[in-house]
Design a protein around this ligand. Structure first.
Ligand code: PEP
Length: 252
């Protein structure tokens, strides 16, 4: 059975000390709650990863980087490679977030390299896709998301593809307080699962965890997570407070 995943994306927030406190609280709350059916992941800034890995109970809470370099190593000042991320003890890497595509010019070509390097280093990519508001308003979201997938992770072998998770995050819902309706989210995730089935077969499609992201919180998570194709969430703002994040983790 495919995994339910609730992954926090802290973005560019918290000092190392604040991040460690937050991670400690999440880990303790998850332990206390007894939640066993959900994979909990904290997507921290690079600077925090090692400290967070050393803080949490790693049997209960996994750690993700929010990016990795498109090159394996070498003269790329300021970059952090997938090998380096792996060496921190992180198990996941968020790739293709719309903020990285929009503000840092990440292209499908770059993402292809990043996903490939992440997989080669034994990291689980949480690959993000999703359309802008203008595309949704033109009712072209399916074609848009299909192109994003075709140009990046659909180039992988079935074996590699089966190691990653996908997060559908409509840009108009990220950090806006406007959540996609449950029907919109379910419809898109079912569509993505159908595309995976066409490309890699039904078994792979059934085993792929597909998350929803975009203003997901403890209030709307139970309804979103009740849908057959929504396997959890990628959570921005609501992952910065341990109690709020726990409310989402326990929404199943
Ligand atoms: C995100 O950035 O991945 C995200 C989903 O943010 P938020 O939950 O704040 O909308």
């Amino acid at each position: 059975m495919r995994k339910k995943i609730v992954a926090g994306n802290w973005k560019c927030n918290t000092t190392v000390q604040e991040g460690v406190e937050l991670a400690k609280s999440v880990s303790e709350l998850v332990a206390k709650s007894g939640v066993k059916n959900v994979v909990v992941v904290l997507g921290t800034p690079f600077t925090h990863i090692t400290s967070v890995v050393n803080t949490v109970d790693t049997k209960l809470v996994g750690v993700a980087a929010q990016n990795c370099a498109a090159e394996a190593k070498g003269a790329f000042t300021g970059e952090v490679s997938a090998t380096m991320v792996k060496s921190t003890g992180a198990e996941y890497v968020i790739l293709g977030h719309s903020e990285r595509r929009e503000y840092y010019g990440e292209t499908s070509e770059t993402l292809n390299k990043k996903v490939t390097l992440a997989l080669a280093n034994g990291l689980t990519p949480i690959y993000c896709c999703g359309e802008a508001l203008s595309i949704r308003e033109a009712n072209e979201q399916n074609t848009y998301v299909k192109n994003q997938l075709d140009e990046t992770i659909f180039n992988l072998s079935a074996e590699d593809f089966s190691k990653l998770a996908i997060a559908y995050e409509p840009i108009w819902a990220i950090g806006t307080g406007v959540t996609a309706s449950t029907a919109q989210a379910q419809e898109m995730l079912a569509y993505i699962r159908g595309l995976i089935a066409d490309k890699f077969g039904k078994v792979v499609a059934e085993e792929t965890s597909i998350l929803y992201g975009g203003s997901c919180n403890a209030k709307n998570a139970p309804e979103l997570f009740s849908q057959p194709d929504i396997d959890g969430g990628l959570i921005g703002g609501a992952s910065l407070k341990a109690e709020d994040f726990l409310g989402i983790i326990t929404a199943y």
